[in-house]
Structures are given as C-alpha cells and as structure tokens.
Design a protein around this ligand. Structure first.
Ligand code: ATP
Ligand code: MG
Ligand code: MG
Length: 352
C-alpha cells in the first residue's frame, strides 16, 4: 500500500496516522521534537529539524504524498520535499495561510468579509490604523500565532504602546474587534477531482484564547448554515485545495465574517470522530490519497470538550460516563495550557 508522509508529530498527526492505518496506508512522521505523540501510532518516524534538507529528501523519497498537521513549515523544507513528491494541501495555500495579512487579503479579494484590518510594522502604522479602523481592536503577530498567543487587546489609545511592545518587533496586523454573537467553524474537504464536502458548522467557545468546546449543531438559521458552507467551498475552490480545512467564522448581524483558515484538520472538527461515520481525519487522508471523499453527514449531536492541562483529572469520571468517547494523545507530561486530549459527549441523535 501507499505511504503517507506527515509533517508534524502532535495530536493531529497522531489522529491522522490512526485514520490512515485504518484505510491500509502506512504513515511516516517527520518531527523535530523527541517522543512525538504521533510516533506512538505511526509506522515510521524521522526525527530531524526542518532545516535538515538531506533528512527531508530522504523522508520524501520514502513516501508517496506529503501532508502536514501545522502550517508554519519553512519554505526551504517544502522545496526539498516538493522536488520529490506532491504536497497536499498545496504550496499556494501554505503561502496564503502562513501570514494573517496575506490570508485576510486573499479572503477579501474573494469578496468575503473579514474584520477590518491593516498592516502594522511600527508606531506610525499603529496610530494610523487606530485612526482609520477605530477601537477596540486586537493587534496580532502576522505569523506563528496559535491559541491566542502573540495577540494584544487595544481598548483605549493608552494601550497601544504595550500592545506594540508585545509584538516584540515582529510584523503585525491590526484587526477591528468584531462584536460577534457566536463563533462557528466549518470543517470543509475537497478531493483531487474538485468535489467538496462540508461538515455541519460547530459552535466554538474559547477561554484564555484556547478552544474549550465545540458543539454541533451550532444554533444557526438554515440560511446562515448555507452561507457558511458556501463560503467555505469558495475558499477551497479558489485555492485548488486538496484535503480538509478549518474555516473559523464570526456570526454577526451583518452576516458571517471569516476569522481565519487552517489548512489542515482542525481542533473544532474533533467532534466528527463521534458524530459522523467518516471523521475529519479519514476525510483528509482520503483527499490527500486521491480517494473519493466520504460521507460526513452528522448522525449525532455532539459536544467536544478539550482536556487542557489539569482537565486530565476529569478523565476517570469521563471514562465512566456512557455518553462520552475519550480521545487521549499519549503526551508524557501534563502542562498548564497543553492540549492533552478531548472528550466527545453524545448529546443525542442528530437534531435538525
Ligand atoms: P487558533 O488557536 O484558533 O489558531 P489564533 O491564535 O490563531 O487561534 P485567532 O483565531 O485569530 O487566534 O483568535 C483567537 C480568538 O480571539 C478568536 O477565536 C476570537 O475569540 C478572538 N478574536 C480574534 N480576533 C478577533 C477579532 N478581530 N474580533 C473579536 N474577537 C477576536
Ligand atoms: Mg490560528
Ligand atoms: Mg483561531
């Protein structure tokens, strides 16, 4: 059978490996860190930095296609791999989504709405952005941010210097604060032949910048649901995308705004493991392997709860709960703010 190479050995790589194995594929993880969670379930692991072009070429030669569980892969690493095997999702998608500014520009050019935004490299840019876009706002580093890291709220003009200092000299983006009624995401998939399948939108609740729960179905009107999946489909088509993508949206009285896109399986799609016959991990493997997409129809309503740090203390009780399916990542060390696993609670059969 074919071998799927996965860049990154975290929990997403782990769950992708399990799904791939179920379809008869072998997986090969490339991960710089020691003892990656995915390494426990993958068939092969290469431990080397992304700067090691030799190791990357060897990895690429040993697999049939390369996918990834995170988007901040150095360009030189991608070049070394792409000289040997295809990378799915494609390079263009990575270029667009690695930088919040290019990402928002791309979304706007598609005619979709985002928060008002402006590039901020220095205090002059920041003063201009505050003047044009107004307050409150969020200043974010353009690259490498996740779980709300690299972000600073600006509520009053006096907050500006500290917010700029928090960027530590990195290029930033100023975003007007969106007064959303809820946050939702669409987990969307596109196959090599261009077919698109979207899971039902889930409602996301964050705490301290980290996703806590995703609940399906999100409380949306039928028209909002349609808007959400249509806009996700447009994004995938425009990128000639292959694989699963997470599209984070803000629901506002003026319609749906795109917060960000993630060119990979997404934490807010973990509910699909117990809400659908084909979950997001299998769907991604199917897409990157050139298989037809599977049926992602929701058979159950689900609440996904992330187990972060000390939440692991809840595991014994959750393990006794017949409505809960546990997914633990096998991380050796529990740390505050670290995603250790998640619990999918079945709320009942799929409601309307
Ligand atoms: P992730 O872990 O999802 O990749 P991230 O670090 O990339 O997160 P964002 O998704 O941009 O960060 O922001 C984190 C959260 O902060 C959002 O889910 C939302 O709750 C809030 N937020 C971000 N941008 C805005 C905005 N412009 N207006 C209002 N709230 C926002
Ligand atoms: Mg993000
Ligand atoms: Mg986000």
């Amino acid at each position: 059978g074919a071998t799927i190479g996965i860049l990154g050995g975290g929990q997403l790589g782990r769950m992708l490996s399990v799904a791939a194995a179920r379809l008869g594929f072998t997986t090969h993880i490339y991960e710089p860190g020691a003892e990656p969670p995915a390494g426990q379930v993958a068939h092969r692991v290469t431990t080397a930095p992304y700067e090691d072009v030799q190791a990357l070429a060897g990895f690429a030669a040993a697999v049939d296609v390369v996918t990834y569980e995170f988007e901040n892969i150095p360009t030189a690493a991608l070049d070394a791999i792409e000289a040997v095997v295809p990378i799915r999702p494609n390079r263009r998608t990575l270029a667009v989504s690695q930088d919040r500014l290019t990402e928002k520009a791309f979304i706007s050019e598609l005619g979709l709405k985002t928060a008002p935004f402006a590039a901020v490299d220095d205090a002059v840019d920041l003063a201009e952005a505050m003047e044009e876009i107004g307050l409150p706002a969020i200043l974010k580093t353009r690259r490498f941010g996740y779980d709300g890291k690299g972000q600073a709220r600006i509520d009053r003009p006096e907050d500006a210097p500290a917010a700029l200092a928090a960027m530590a000299g990195a290029p930033a983006i100023y975003e007007g604060f969106v007064a959303f009624s809820q946050e939702i995401s669409v987990i969307a998939a596109r196959g090599v032949s261009g077919e698109v399948a979207c899971y039902d939108p889930g409602a996301n609740v964050h705490r301290d910048g980290i996703l806590r729960t995703t609940t399906v179905p999100a409380p949306l009107s039928t028209a909002q649901r349609t808007d959400a999946v249509l806009l996700a489909g447009r994004i995938l088509n425009a990128l000639d995308y292959v694989g699963v993508m997470g599209v984070e949206l803000f629901v506002t009285p003026g319609g749906l705004l795109v917060n960000e896109i993630a060119p990979r399986v997404h934490n807010s799609g973990h509910w699909t493991q117990n809400g659908c016959v084909i979950d997001q991990f299998e769907q991604h493997i199917r897409a990157v392997a050139g298989w037809p997409l599977g049926d992602g129809t929701r058979h159950s309503d689900v609440e996904m709860q992330n187990l972060i740090g000390a939440d692991m203390d809840k595991v014994p009780a959750l393990a006794r709960d017949p409505a809960v399916a546990l997914h633990l990542y096998g991380k050796a060390e529990t740390r505050a703010g670290r995603k250790m696993g998640h619990a999918n609670r079945r709320l009942g059969p799929a409601s309307a």
